[in-house]
Design a protein around this ligand. Sequence first.
Ligand code: S3P
Length: 431
Amino acid sequence: MPARRLAGRITVPGDKSVSHRALILGGLSVGETRITGLLEAEDVFATLAAVQAFGATVERDGTDWVVHGTGIGSVLQPEGALHMSNAGTAARLLMGVAASHAMTTCFTGDASLSRRPMKRVIEPLSLMGASFAAAPGDTLPLIVTGASPAVPIEYRLPVASAQVKSAVLLAALNTPGITTVIEPVATRDHTERMLRAFGADVTVEEDAGERMVRLRGQAQLKPLPLEIPGDASSAAFFIVAALLVEGSEITIENVGMNPARTGLVTVLRQMGGRIRELNRREVGGEPVADLHVCHSPLTGIEVDPAIAPSMIDEFPVLFIAAALATGRTTTSGLAELRVKESDRLSAMAAALALAGARLKETADGLVIDGTGGDLLAGTGQGQEVATCLDHRIAMSMAVAGLVSRHGVAIDDVRPIATSFPRFAELLEGLR
Ligand code: S3P
């Protein structure tokens, strides 16, 4: 239902990408890793269970989580299959760990994850010596037999993917010699930052516009206390909501501002969004800030495809902003969105059209003609948008509901629990 105005201060939960990495690296170091601000959501719990199956102990202590790792090379053979649920990051990163240890690991996932391409990780990890048996189309369920010793490779990423980069770097931890990943297009660098914090021998160099990440394997990781910054991808829904709902003024505390994650803020500012960064500081080796966001009339723009990797998970909610802007917003170069938790181009095109937005789906983007600030109609009697097991479609369409006359009915809100169980509660608190 339409919201009058959003006001107040909120703190978003811990970053999902950083939370997965904290558990995995904690499990691969010897000794105690204390994690503050871990995201407590289904995707991260899939990683947590897998890290335990690999032999680490992971326990909650007050609001912290404490990992006692096995160390690189001493990872245990899991007794059963690792259930990854909806979590692509968990599946791909943990395949990297499994690929360079002498063991056989089976990965399973829900219907959404079982449709997603795994060839992108199978390919480099096979070059390192691992072997794979996967379902047709190189999908889950999948069994990986690790190589021991694995062989170091130099690998140029064919797709801009932090998950693939991280899978190779995690495999490289138990591989003798130097493994190199070359990124023609930079992606989120949480793995490199955290590896360095754990004392790994990792270097990053720019060469002719490419990023070369080198890691020397088989060194011990040294555990340390970790603090997880707030998730910029979760903050995104509130940023757009406050920009769109008239009279709104909110502050979102402790938001991760890693430059490889802040493309949405850049694009929304280009559209006229008033977003101020306050109290800039570092948390756990990552830049963070409090974001002050005020309702702003937005203007459609042509979004530069080069910015896509730094806002790859934020396009669904950007499309909502575009649907309310004045004029046309054009996006392109977004073929990767078709292989996320859902095909996010077709899922968002269908959902927005049902809610009354005017748009066209192209091969690699959406072209959206905004209402100029007028409310969307919302879904009609008996109609529901299909969220396709995708948390970000559900939350984006909840934001659309705030700026619609009749509200937006959503078929299934359960996927929200994969990344943001308290989403509805926080939104209610701002209304
Ligand atoms: C992630 C990388 C991105 C992103 C995902 C999280 C990560 O995926 O979409 O939600 O934590 O490394 P790709 O690597 O497939 O682009």
